[in-house]
Design a protein around this ligand. Sequence first.
Ligand code: UGA
Length: 436
Amino acid sequence: MKIAMVGSGYVGLVSGACFADFGHDVVCIDKDQSKIDALHAGIMPIYEPGLDALVESNVKSGRLSFSTDLASAIQGASAIFIAVGTPSRRGDGHADLSFVHAVAREIGASLKNDAVIVTKSTVPVGTGDEVERILQDSATTAKFEVVSNPEFLREGAAIDDFKRPDRIVIGTESDFGQEVMREVYRPLYLNESPILFTSRRSAELIKYAANAFLATKITFINEMADLCEKVGADVQDVSRGIGMDGRIGAKFLHAGPGYGGSCFPKDTLALLKTAEDYESPVRIVEAVVKVNDSRKRAMGRKVIDALGGTEAARGKTVGMLGLTFKPNTDDMRDSPAIGVAQALQDAGVKVVAYDPEGMEQARPLLPDVHMVNDPYAAITGADAVALVTEWNEFRALDLDRVKELANAPILVDLRNVYDPAEVRAAGFEYVSIGRA
Ligand code: UGA
């Protein structure tokens, strides 16, 4: 089957490469000539483990190609995916659908064969209806069906998530739509991945509800962590203790500096806007957004407290380990590290940072943070070390060396990577999340 993927960003490129790997004939399309040129040269526009090898092998086998010419690239495709960005609209938090609508118009202008048009971008409820209207108003005489197929890929684990999904959600009530989508996902269907067919609007809402629920789970355990610190309990135990209840589940109950990334912050805001438009408030999600927003700077204050408070902290240096919103990505969008660094700098603290992949993206966002090329260089001369992102290379630091290089043996672990007893035994003052 021929598949066209419009938008060769994170979602489009990973999905396109995986579909090609399933044996489909895939063309990934993007307006950005430099991105397509780079892909032709084997250079990935994003950092995602395993993606370069997957792209390379499928390009070699002739199943994956790239193009900037939408009109000719979609010819003969039975499924045309729309996987362009839906950023938060400046000023109001609504999802910006201008790219999605523009692609729909372009498809309408050049569609010649029967096809299913699939929205894979995260789009608010009702977007599929609008895409359908755009196509109906276009010149095409081909038979088409607009289907919603949200993605549930995590950055850093996207290929595995794609190939071993918990479920595939397909929003269409038409036989034609279902038939084509079954064929698209046939290899996963044979692997017994559950496929859930729903109405298009339900599928659109499932995506937002899933992300909002996960954001809520994280925020819940983060607030429990704060309470643990006050009452003398251990959030790791509390998390384990509730997570073993099958109704609650252990995943996404890891306390930390707050969620970030390109999805949870944007999607929770967009869900609030949809709820507002339909006069059906989602107050839990409203609270989650507020709590998470204030948490990032609060984490900066935690580091300041470890330095002995505002007065003592002024003029001191913090060595920051990790900048990206999570490990195995170079993505800095809404990373807690931004709030932490800014709170420190506002208090007159100098920040020296190291991140294995994120420094290039971080530089424009944190111009006053001094970036170095090695974790131990960030630690050298620091009055406190703050572990902000749990990259593997920070999980087993040589604590004796850290103590030797740092100005003072203070470790603030915002990801609970270390065992408090062990770090204290090594002579550190150790501060973590939700552990007395
Ligand atoms: C998230 C969802 O997990 C994916 O299912 C979804 O497809 C994606 O958004 C999307 O909508 O495109 P992602 O943003 O890549 O994926 O990252 P996550 O692994 O979900 O982490 C999000 C944030 O939550 C990170 O800042 C992470 O550090 C934080 N987190 C996660 C915690 O603080 N605690 C946890 O227990 C889990």
